[in-house]
Design a protein around this ligand. Structure first.
Ligand SMILES: Cc1ncc(COP(=O)(O)O)c(C=O)c1O
Length: 369
């Protein structure tokens, strides 16, 4: 949970490298796996059978109820794989311009296709022409999706975050994903969940969609999957799993032995130490703590969270809070201009949670004074 700067000052990490180091820093199981594999074999090529990749693929598919995985090096690349999969799925049905529904305020990455899918003009500005084939809908608005279904015959998939991270920790209605699942089933669209930020225990379940008891057709992972080692994954199930065949997509580094060994150890450790359940408990603790400490404070618009993905929305922009927190020895982040975002490692304890609550409460009070 702790980091030290070049002056020896100690910081409590409530950001985890933006939802990456879910097991904290220098977790011994991850360090051991990394060192042992680095001393054995790092990389061969997908030309050859890679046992570590098969083991991780099997473990992830079993965990997520999916059939196949493509491994990448980042979240954006995992989403690229999903986008290519959806387009090929459409073309295989004779759809000329396969179109994917994406959401306002979403974030899917910074490659050309993923920034085009992203619902944030700042991410896109200056990089036009954008990639076509996306249609945008408001987040958490099922009616809007139904309207698109009746008017556009070229839709092949919905790409959506179970909780929007960069967009401001936006948590949809409890049944939102269930309703999207239904619409996808009715229209033979693929439900593609971007769990790059929400996955790997972050929201209090291994994957956020497990709160809804549904299974997507495609799911992308990265961030917490390697606990800091770069690795991403695009998982697919059923019909979706048969779309990309050998030769249709690939990556030199994706899924090499070192990445897969580390990611497998991350998954094992999350399970062995029951980290997702702990994240759920600590998330409730932090939310209750903030709701108490910031109770009746004018200027606090909302305090929301799912597991250890927590947002405190203020009535005005609060970028200076990040530097003020650093002064106090705490790493946090502000997103969407006015929302303090907390994404601590999932291994935090009550004492550390209390410290986060105390410091952030002070900073919010100073900001609103
Ligand atoms: C939901 C989501 N999707 C995709 C990405 C892109 O991942 P990467 O930065 O590894 O390309 C991010 C990164 O913040 C994300 O939060």
């Amino acid at each position: 949970m702790w980091l030290w700067d070049d002056q020896g000052k100690r910081y409590l990490d409530a950001l985890a490298g933006v939802a990456v180091c879910n097991l904290g820093h220098a977790h011994p199981a991850i360090t051991d796996a990394l060192c042992e594999q680095a001393g054995t074999l790092v990389h061969t090529s997908n030309i050859y059978q890679i046992e570590q990749q098969e083991l991780l693929g099997d473990a992830l598919c079993a965990e997520a109820n999916m059939d196949k995985v493509f491994f990448s090096n980042s979240g954006a690349e995992a989403n690229e794989a999903a986008i290519k999969l959806a387009r090929l799925y459409g073309h295989n049905q004779g759809i000329e311009h396969p179109t994917i529904i994406v959401m306002e305020n979403s974030f899917h990455g910074r490659t050309m296709a993923t920034l085009s899918a992203t619902g944030n003009r700042k991410v896109q500005a200056g990089f036009e022409p954008l990639v076509t084939g996306f249609i945008r809908a408001p987040y958490n608005d099922v009616e809007a999706i139904r309207n698109i279904a009746t008017s556009n015959r070229e839709i092949v998939a919905i790409l959506v975050e179970p909780v929007q991270g960069e967009g401001g920790v936006n948590i949809p209605a409890a049944a939102y994903l269930n309703e999207l699942r239904e619409i996808c089933d009715e229209n033979s669209w693929l439900l593609m969940l971007d769990e790059i930020q929400t996955g790997m225990g972050r929201t209090g379940r291994m994957f956020a969609h497990q709160h809804n008891d549904i299974v997507p057709d495609v799911m992308t992972l990265a961030k917490g999957l390697g606990n800091g080692f770069p690795v991403g994954a695009c998982l697919a199930r059923g019909l979706a799993a048969d779309v990309l065949a050998p030769g249709t997509h690939g990556s030199t580094f994706g899924g090499n032995l070192l990445a897969c060994r580390v990611a497998r150890t991350v998954l094992e450790t999350l399970n062995q130490e029951a980290i997702p359940a702990h994240a759920a408990e600590m998330g409730r603790y932090l939310l209750n703590g903030f709701r108490e400490s910031l109770k009746d404070r004018a200027g606090v618009v909302d305090i929301r969270g799912l597991g250890l993905m927590i947002g405190i929305q203020l009535e005005n922009n609060c970028p200076e809070i990040v530097a003020a927190a650093l002064e106090r020895g705490l790493l946090i982040n502000v997103t969407a201009g006015n929302t303090i975002r907390l994404l601590p490692p999932l291994v935090l304890d009550n004492t550390e949670a209390d410290e986060i609550i105390n410091i952030v409460t002070d900073l919010v009070s100073a900001h609103l004074a």
